[in-house]
Design a binder for this molecule. Structure first.
Ligand code: AMP
Length: 428
């Protein structure tokens, strides 16, 4: 089918997905847990725009990264300014931090964000063109304990959700002062092996040789097997910091592995970097659930004062795919389902339901004119905890029938008995 014909069809853009119930219930559950955990660590939410000027991402993520080179959704707006759908959250967080002079107002800033990101990648399971991330950023702390705290936060979050087979990888890519030394060592190792590298990596030798370590092409993966370790090329500062991180991780009893080949796709990282992978999942090469690291130079490079910073992000889609449990089990069931017979009874239920909602009960009304049997079937399907039935008889004597769907017991009660009876069943 031609591209034009594609556009005429009523379908979502390739790599961009709808999240429907009950899957969305799983997402909500993850989001609620993450928010509560982030807030429990002192992070507060920021909301950042989905669009930014393109130059922001070019300057922060780096010109020679895959994201900037070939994955950004960039276009001219009506004022002919080049704008980009955000491919990640850190760049905007740093922009907001500087734009609002937050560094002047507080010595330490902890933020979290959530929302859609956009990268024009090749879609496959666990990799999409619109995907959702939740992430944290901490500004103003240089001490290694915060690195360990963030790594522990990410690991604990996944483990507490019931995900098993987690692999926590940590590494240090050193500061800007260490980079030239390692780059030179890596280049003198890779240059003689140039012929066995893929086309992209041959180009990376010039633009960004560290990225070769991350290439999944078989020839490249083989070629880097004996590559020098970045950890052997750290200056004293970076080495001591990294020792501080691993020591704190041991103190926290976080299971982790030092992986000197670990590199990340964005250029702004300095020092500690980390990833948490779900190795027992069926996500294949897309098994990195979340990752992050330090970006101690970025705030200064963007025109601000020298400010150490560290953050991570995890992807919602991959996490939802990995999280055990059928999506239905995350649905929030109604506490009371109203079933009625006839228009007058329906109206009475409508009013009663409104009253109960005002008192905090979760209620669902059927509304449609169908048989009582169909309504009970629906209540069953929704896993409603109780059903209130109002038929002709109940209408006549201002009573109603309350059915406990778990025990199957049902009783005719007066209307003013409803709230205490419901409380007994629902709140024990
Ligand atoms: P990054 O921003 O590249 O460090 O990625 C952090 C996390 O976001 C990854 O571990 C994934 O869980 C998720 N992620 C990144 N890119 C994608 C994508 N194209 N599709 C789905 N999830 C993604």
């Amino acid at each position: 089918m031609s591209r034009d014909a594609d556009e005429g069809r009523l379908q979502a853009i390739k790599g961009m997905n709808d999240v429907l119930p009950p899957e969305s219930a799983k997402w909500n559950y993850i989001e609620r847990r993450a928010r509560s955990l982030f807030e429990g660590h002192g992070y507060r939410e920021i909301r950042i725009p989905i669009l930014e000027y393109t130059s922001l991402f070019v300057r922060t993520i780096g010109e020679a990264t895959d994201v900037v080179e070939k994955e950004m959704y960039t276009f001219l707006d009506r004022d002919k300014r080049s704008i980009t759908l955000r491919p990640e959250g850190t760049a905007s967080a740093v922009r907001a931090y500087l734009e609002h002079s937050v560094h002047v107002k507080e010595p330490v800033t902890r933020w979290y964000y959530s929302g859609p990101m956009f990268r024009h990648e090749r879609p496959q399971k666990g990799r999409y063109r619109q995907f959702y991330q939740m992430g944290v950023e901490a500004f103003g702390v240089a001490e290694p304990t915060i690195d360990a705290e963030q790594i522990a936060l990410l690991q604990t979050f996944f483990a507490d959700l019931g995900i098993t087979g987690l692999d926590v990888l940590v590494n240090s890519v050193g500061g800007p002062e260490d980079r030239p030394l390692y780059r030179a060592a890596l280049l003198s190792y890779l240059e003689p092996r140039r012929a066995s590298l893929c086309e992209d990596c041959q180009r990376r030798l010039v633009t960004n040789p560290l990225r070769v370590l991350d290439c999944k092409v078989e020839g490249c993966a083989r070629a880097i097997q004996g590559a020098p370790s970045v950890l052997d090329h750290l200056g004293q500062g970076a080495r001591e910091h990294f020792e501080g991180v691993t020591e704190a991780l041991k103190e926290l009893e976080v299971p982790f592995r030092v992986e000197p080949r670990l590199v990340r796709g964005l250029d702004y990282y300095t020092g500690t970097i980390f990833e948490v992978r779900a190795i027992a999942s069926d996500l294949g090469a897309q098994n990195t659930l979340g990752g992050g690291g330090r970006y101690d130079s970025l705030v200064r490079e963007m025109g601000g004062p020298s400010t150490p910073a560290i953050g991570f992000a995890f992807g919602m889609e991959r996490l939802a795919l990995t999280l055990p449990g059928e999506p239905e089990t995350f649905d929030v069931a109604p506490e009371v389902f109203f079933a009625s017979h006839g228009e007058a009874a329906r109206l009475r239920c409508l009013k009663l339901a409104q009253k109960l909602r005002a008192r905090g009960f979760r209620i669902e009304l059927w509304h449609r004119t169908t048989s009582m049997k169909a309504q009970m079937k629906r209540a069953d399907k929704l896993l409603a905890r109780t059903v209130v039935v109002v038929g002709d008889e109940e209408l006549a004597d201002q009573h109603l029938v309350l059915r406990d769907m778990k025990s199957g017991e049902q009783r005719r009660i007066a209307e003013d008995e409803l709230v205490p009876e419901l409380k007994k069943i629902l709140r024990g």
